[in-house]
Ligand binder design. Structure first.
Ligand code: UDP
Length: 244
């Protein structure tokens, strides 16, 4: 199959591991996610993954409940390591060579994040899961995904979400909401759209990293995206903002 990219970064929200649960990790959801990742890794595409932690703990909600913000953010980062371990396990079970790295040192369960080693794994055809985001508080794994995508020279950041792209309002509460086909980073800034955290937006914008947002779980959107199909919403400096 003709593919557009050689190396991609996939940002997977922690909610992808929820399945039908309200909290935590559903192993069946992890297996389904692993199968989707396998389908692109099998094409010879080098795949790096940044995993979120929102199914377990988000720093912002912890701090709203009285925990020091930085402490709460570190707790959120720990949640992403647990998710990374679950996804690593699921990938091993479907036969995908994989390495888990963590931006917080935790050598009993994950390699420390080392850029050159991560690149080496990718070149060897191993999927690399990057947990603990940037290793720093006050940002989210969106920033981790932009940062790691840039430093690992990924050609695109694919943001896998539960909705099929970026809308001008929440489609669950606003049935009239419209999906963007393309979205210029300047318009996200100008219209204060809540698409990703501000640090991630400025990093992607300043360094010309294209982000494609689409739904991962139903259908074959990931496969279509790696073939270069404009599924979901494409965000970059080079597009004119248009609705689908
Ligand atoms: N986090 C952080 N620094 C990072 C990445 C993550 O402090 O570089 C914390 C932050 O509290 C965040 C939590 O880890 O809320 C879980 O990540 P995120 O909210 O991005 O997960 P997702 O929404 O993607 O599931």
């Amino acid at each position: 199959m003709q593919t557009r990219y050689k190396r991609i970064m996939i940002k997977v929200t922690g909610e992808s591991l929820l399945g039908q649960r309200e909290y935590g990790i559903d192993p069946q959801a992890a297996r389904e996610l692993a199968q989707k990742i396998k389908s692109v890794a099998d094409l010879g595409i080098q795949v790096a993954i940044v995993i979120g932690g929102g199914n377990i703990f988000r720093g912002l909600s912890g701090s709203k409940n009285g925990i020091d913000r930085a402490t709460a953010d570190y707790m959120g980062m720990l949640a992403t390591v647990m998710n990374g371990m679950a996804l690593e396990d699921a990938l091993i079970k479907v036969g995908v060579p994989v390495r888990l790295q963590s931006a917080l040192t935790m050598t009993s369960v994950a390699e420390p994040f080392l850029r050159k080693r991560a690149i080496h794994h990718l070149e060897k055809g191993r999927v690399v899961i990057l947990s603990a985001g940037t290793g720093n508080p006050y940002v989210t794994t969106d920033t981790g995904a932009s940062l790691h995508a840039l430093e690992l020279h990924c050609e695109v950041l694919m943001k896998a979400t539960k909705v099929d792209g970026v809308y001008n309002a929440d489609p669950q509460t606003h049935p009239e909401a419209k999906r963007y086909k393309t979205l210029n980073y300047r318009d996200i800034l100008h219209d204060r759209l809540q698409v990703m955290d501000a640090a991630a937006l400025s990093m992607s914008m300043d360094n010309n990293l294209t982000t494609q947002v689409f739904q991962l779980f139903e259908g074959d959107y990931l496969l279509r995206a790696v073939k270069g199909e404009p599924v979901g919403t494409i965000m970059s400096n080079d597009v004119t903002t248009q609705f689908a």
